[in-house]
Design a protein around this ligand. Structure first.
Ligand SMILES: *[C@@H]1O[C@H](CO)[C@@H](O)[C@H](O)[C@H]1NC(C)=O
Ligand SMILES: *[C@@H]1O[C@H](CO)[C@@H](O)[C@H](O)[C@H]1NC(C)=O
Length: 308
C-alpha cells in the first residue's frame, strides 16, 4: 500500500512538472517564428523599425554560421532615427516555459534593448520584461506591467534579485510612470558588456496560472542539462533571478502574449536617463551622428525554445 502510494505520488509530480517541446526556433528558421514590426516606436525612441526585406537589404538580420544576428545600422548618419529591428512572435501564449539562448546582446550609449512579452490591449493583457536595460547598464532588470490590481507587496518571493518597485500597475501611486513591479539582478553577467564578455547564456521564463512568473538566468557554463535535452524541470534549477507569484495578482492580468525582441534608442527610458549614464553629447545627437559607436548594438541568438 505504501509502495503504491509512493509510485502514485512520483507519477503525479512528474506529470505536474512535465514540459513538452512546443517549438524550437534556431538557425535559419529562427526568424520564421516572428513578424517584423515597422510602425512607430510606442516609447518614442529615435529609431526606424524596418520591415523584413529592408532588414535583409541593409544586412540588419543575417546568419553567422548557425547563429542569427539581429542588429541596428552602424554605418550611416541617420537624421530620422537609427534603423533597427523589432520582431514579434506570430503566435500568442497564455502560459509556457520560454527559453532564450543568446551569446551577445546590444549594449552602448543610447541603446535600449529588450526581450519581452506583451498582449495587444496594453496594459490590460499585461507585459513581462525578461531582459531589459539602457545605455551602459551593467545588470538586468525584470519587470511586469499590468492594469490596476496586481501587486507583489507582502508576498513571499524567494529570488536572487532585489525588489525595485512592488506594484505592477503601470499607474501605481508612488512609483514612476510605467515602472511596474521591477526586480534588479545584482549580477553583472546578466546584462550588457558583462553578459557579452561571458558569451551570454540562457534566460528561462516560466509562466503558469498556479506558480505565477519566474525568470532564471544561467551563464553558458551553467545551463542545466535538462534544458539542453529538452526535458526541463524548473523546480530543480534553484532560485530564479525574479519571481512574481499570483497571490495579490490575479492570473488573468496576463493574456494572449506575444514574444518580442526589440532594440530602440533614446526614447522614454534610455533618453531620459542618458545624462546620468556617462555618455557623450545628447542621446539623439550621439545616436544620429556616431554610427561607428553601434558596432556592439546587436543580438547574437542561438535558439528560442518554447515548452508547454
Ligand atoms: C521595447 O521593449 C520595451 C520592453 O520593456 C517596451 O517597453 C518598449 O515599448 C519597446 N519599444 C519598442 C519601440 O518596441
Ligand atoms: C558594424 O557592426 C558589425 C558587428 O555588428 C561589425 O562587424 C562591423 O565592423 C561594424 N562596422 C563598422 C563600420 O563599425
Amino acid at each position: 500500500m505504501l509502495i503504491k502510494l509512493a509510485i502514485t505520488t512520483a507519477l503525479f509530480s512528474s506529470v505536474a512538472n512535465a514540459w513538452s517541446l512546443h517549438s524550437i526556433s534556431a538557425g535559419s528558421n529562427f526568424i520564421n517564428f516572428f513578424n517584423f514590426y515597422n510602425g512607430a516606436d510606442p516609447t518614442h525612441g529615435f529609431v526606424q523599425y524596418v520591415d523584413q526585406s529592408t532588414a535583409a537589404a541593409k544586412n540588419l538580420v543575417y546568419m553567422q554560421g548557425e547563429q542569427t544576428i539581429i542588429k541596428a545600422d552602424n554605418t550611416t548618419v541617420t537624421p530620422g532615427g537609427r534603423p533597427s529591428v523589432r520582431i514579434e512572435s506570430k503566435s500568442t501564449f497564455n502560459s509556457g516555459l520560454f527559453v532564450l539562448d543568446i551569446e551577445h546582446m546590444p549594449v552602448g550609449c543610447g541603446t535600449w534593448p529588450a526581450f519581452w512579452m506583451f498582449g495587444d490591449n496594453w496594459p490590460n493583457q499585461g507585459e513581462i520584461d525578461i531582459i531589459e536595460g539602457v545605455n551602459e547598464q551593467t545588470t538586468n532588470s525584470v519587470a511586469l506591467h499590468t492594469s490596476n490590481g496586481c501587486t507583489m507587496a507582502g508576498v513571499n518571493r524567494p529570488q536572487l534579485g532585489s525588489v525595485k518597485t512592488p506594484n505592477c500597475d503601470v499607474n501605481a501611486p508612488g512609483q514612476g510612470a510605467n515602472e511596474g513591479c521591477a526586480v534588479s539582478s545584482g549580477d553583472t553577467r546578466t546584462y550588457g558588456r558583462g553578459f557579452n564578455s561571458n558569451k551570454g547564456g540562457v534566460y528561462a521564463t516560466r509562466w503558469t496560472a498556479g506558480q505565477g512568473i519566474q525568470v532564471w538566468f544561467f551563464t553558458r557554463s551553467a545551463i542545466p542539462g535538462d534544458i539542453s535535452s529538452n526535458n526541463p524541470n524548473p523546480d530543480s534549477w534553484g532560485l530564479p533571478v525574479a519571481t512574481f507569484p499570483f497571490q495579490s495578482c490575479p492570473a488573468n492580468k496576463f493574456k494572449d502574449l506575444r514574444i518580442v525582441l526589440n532594440l530602440t534608442f533614446c526614447g522614454d527610458w534610455a533618453g531620459s536617463v542618458y545624462g546620468n549614464a556617462g555618455c557623450p553629447s545628447t542621446c539623439v545627437d550621439f545616436v544620429q551622428n556616431t554610427p561607428s559607436a553601434f558596432g556592439e548594438a546587436y543580438w547574437k541568438i542561438n535558439s528560442l525554445k518554447v515548452f508547454q
